[in-house]
Design a binder for this molecule. Structure first.
Ligand code: SF4
Ligand code: ZN
Length: 733
């Protein structure tokens, strides 16, 4: 590494450590050394320090200890590489910088200065990124929809360049974090001036206006190895290796680099994240740590994204329909408000529906869009609202009736990813809007069909050989076709409700999360969906047809070894191999003995409350305390990583209302506590299940946070309500 950079890095590190020391002393004087702090919604204290040293920082005096680690790393003797002997002095300074920055930002939180609010514009930055967001995005990171993330630091030479860099990353589905500034300007401000939508929905997340705010992105990255990788806190080599191998991050540095940028960059390099700069910096070629350039330059802004992708080795395959607006997951969360709408369909305003149906090969003219209705273009040009029936016809040698619903469910995502098209709902309760700007870009009704045809081909290559889309726009046609569709929806519902674990001979595995949690396997059965909620048995079956060597594999059930607990010989055999020996045997229907493992992206956690002789179910996103004295975030921290943890289990929301939910432990009658929002979400199905169990008002006998958050009042409530769990066999035997 060049002498110049080394000097700059070491200087930057010393200065942030010093600055943090001063702020820490001042804060201790004001608040006292025992003052407690945690970042919002995380189970990992100060995550960088916790992951790399194993030291949980809980108080201001803990921060003093942790800052000591940073000071230790700032040694004078270049030969004396203390803590990361294999990294070298400059990188030691990088690590010291990250530790100091983390404490510095924590102190700013304590003083009410984070998340940062821009005084001029009133804009509030994101600040610290919560565990919940990490888990929400987990599946997208593992299944390749989100191939990586970019931290952009500084400001582009012009607003237009800022927009084009960000758009290019968005179209490649890369998550973008913004921080820092250059010459008093920043990419965040540049995008705000251009009216670009910022935030998690558009996947452009401004963290803060200073260089040290970049740490929030690194803090997010390091939690992947804690949450999904189950790497032990303190095992820094394992953490850094995991980051390098599995977290596809890079930085784009726009504008001149100062000492703190070099020092923070050195920290990022420790994690295997290269930086591509738009200034004439010395290129740092591969050393012991990385196999790629650690610092590189690309002075041409139209090439800088491509260069970054090449250096970090991201694999990106993006298929786009031929339409006059941008397309990609970054536009999936885009909202179109009433006043931005050119035309809308459905949503109780006009009759509408959508249906995917299977045909014979010869019945379909591939890629055709047929709009049924006279003068459709004139009708469309008027704007406002319009009836709409969408029928997608598919055929393929490997197509099956069962896959219709799977393709149909994708319509939502497929249409939403077009910029300026918004979709909600499904079946005959769908609702579509086309924005005025998409209209002026040239979007017509025909494009809805083009988007569906192209993307269904692309997403379902091996089961769909031909696809065409029919679009009905006359009210009488739509009403007539909708009635036909409703018959089909009903038949499908009947078919689904007869699909049971007993009625099939094959289950499916999902191994997608193994890229983050190597020993985790989701066993997906007709009555138990994957714990992230995104994959059910039919999805598994279709995914296997689509890609026989992919992440979903058939599991022949074998013989039933235990009907109550749901143990199958075929499942056990499969798991031994697929979990690399980590799981020997699995019971599908109990939480108490060899339950399913968890990766980290579960929608809910089930945990036993021994004193209530039952369980609670708490959903991701719930912020409050639970009767076992842990918040979701804390609880989640001890359940993930692909281990079996009797008494605790991650599940998908829909599993709660399955007949197989804790079947061996007594089923839904064991549930004694759930957050009110979760109760509300599953209400309809839950009441049906409760009736089947002979306790129609069971939901009302289950406590929530409005009733209690502790175990004593919980017991009182359950007794008063005569909750069935109190009468059941002891859950702990
Ligand atoms: Fe991960 Fe399981 Fe969801 Fe597959 S089903 S993505 S393994 S959580
Ligand atoms: Zn997962």
């Amino acid at each position: 590494m060049s002498k110049l950079i080394a000097t700059s890095t070491i200087r930057g590190a010393r200065s942030i450590v010093k600055e943090t020391e001063v702020l820490l002393e001042k804060t201790i004087q004001q608040k006292g050394k025992d003052y407690e702090f945690e970042f919002p919604d995380t189970a990992f204290y100060l995550p960088m320090i916790y992951a790399l040293t194993g030291f949980p920082v809980k108080t201001l005096s803990d921060m003093k200890v942790a800052l000591g680690f940073a000071q230790e790393l700032l040694h004078d003797d270049p030969d004396e590489n203390l803590w990361l002997p294999y990294l070298g002095e400059t990188l030691d300074s990088g690590m010291a910088t990250l530790f100091a920055e983390e404490i510095f930002l924590a102190l700013r939180y304590i003083n009410g200065d984070e998340p940062y609010i821009d005084k001029e514009t009133g804009y509030t930055y994101n600040g610290f990124i919560t565990d919940t967001i990490q888990r929400n995005l987990g599946v997208q990171l593992v299944d390749g929809t989100m191939p990586g993330f970019a931290a952009i630091i500084g400001a582009a030479p012009s607003e237009d360049i800022a927009v084009s860099i960000v758009r290019e990353l968005q179209e490649k589905n890369i998550l973008i974090f913004l921080s820092g500034q250059s010459n008093g300007d920043s990419v965040t401000k540049q995008l705000l001036r251009k009216g670009v939508e910022l935030g998690w929905d558009s996947r452009i997340v401004p963290l803060g206006p200073h260089t040290e705010h970049t740490l929030y992105a690194l803090d997010w990255a390091i939690r992947a190895s804690l949450i999904f990788g189950a790497k032990k806190p303190g095992d820094f080599k394992e953490h850094l290796k995991y980051q390098k191998d599995r977290v596809f991050a890079f930085a784009i540095v726009l504008g001149e680099l100062d000492d703190l940028k070099w020092a923070t960059g050195a920290g990022a390099i420790n994690m295997g994240f290269p930086a591509i700069c738009d200034t004439d910096v010395p290129v740092i070629h591969p050393t012991g740590v990385c196999t790629y350039e650690e610092v590189d330059k690309e002075l041409d802004h139209s090439r800088i994204v491509q260069r970054a992708i090449e250096v970090r080795g991201l694999k990106i395959t993006v298929e786009k329909p031929p339409i006059p607006v941008a397309y990609g997951p970054a536009f999936e969360g885009e909202r179109i408000r009433k006043e931005q709408t050119f035309i809308e369909f459905g949503g109780q305003r006009t009759p509408a529906f959508e249906l995917v149906t299977m045909k014979e090969m010869e019945e379909i003219e591939d890629n055709k869009v047929v709009i049924i209705g006279d003068n459709w273009l004139e009708e469309y040009e008027k704007g406002g609202k319009m009836p709409l029936g969408i029928v997608v016809e598919v055929a393929g040698r490997k197509m099956q009736k069962d896959f219709e619903t799977i393709i149909e469910r994708k319509i939502h995502q497929i249409l939403n990813e077009a910029q300026g098209i918004w979709h909600m709902g499904q079946r005959d309760i769908n609702w579509i809007r086309i924005s005025a700007s998409a209209k002026s870009a040239g979007i017509t009704l025909e494009h809805l069909g083009i988007i569906l045809n192209t993307m269904i081909h692309s997403k379902f290559k091996s089961i769909v050989d031909k696809v065409q889309t029919l679009i009905y726009i006359n009210e009488t046609d739509v009403l007539r076709e909708r009635q036909e569709a409703q018959k089909i929806y009903r038949q499908r519902d009947i078919r689904l409700s007869t699909l049971t674990d007993e009625s099939v001979d094959t289950f499916y595995s999902c191994l997608l999360c193994q890229s983050f949690a190597p020993s985790h396997v989701c066993v997906i059965t007709p009555e138990r969906l994957g714990l992230c909620g995104a994959y059910n048995w039919l999805d598994g079956k279709a995914a296997y047809e689509i890609d026989p060597t992919g992440g979903n594999q058939p599991i022949p059930k074998g013989s039933l070894l235990d009907a109550k607990y749901g143990r199958y010989s075929g499942v056990d055999e499969y798991l031994k191999k697929a979990s690399g020996g980590a799981v020997e045997t699995l019971n599908l229907y109990t939480i108490m003995e060899n339950p399913m493992t968890s990766c980290g992206c579960f929608e809910c956690i089930v945990a036993i409350i021994p004193e209530a002789n039952g369980v609670m179910v708490v959903n991701r996103g719930s912020q409050g305390m639970t009767p076992i004295g842990m918040k979701f975030s804390t609880l989640a921290g001890s359940v993930g990583g692909g281990m079996q943890t009797p008494g605790f289990m991650g599940i998908g929301v829909n599993f709660i209302t399955s007949k197989k939910f804790l079947y061996g432990d007594g089923g839904i009658k064991r549930i004694v506590w759930m957050p009110a929002a979760l109760k509300e979400r599953i209400k309809e199905d839950f009441i049906i299940r409760a009736k089947e169990e002979g306790i129609p008002d069971l939901l009302d006998r289950i406590a929530d946070e409005t009733i209690c958050e502790e175990s004593d009042p919980l017991l009182e409530f359950l007794t008063q309500k005569q909750h069935p769990a109190l009468e059941m066999d002891p859950i702990l035997t």
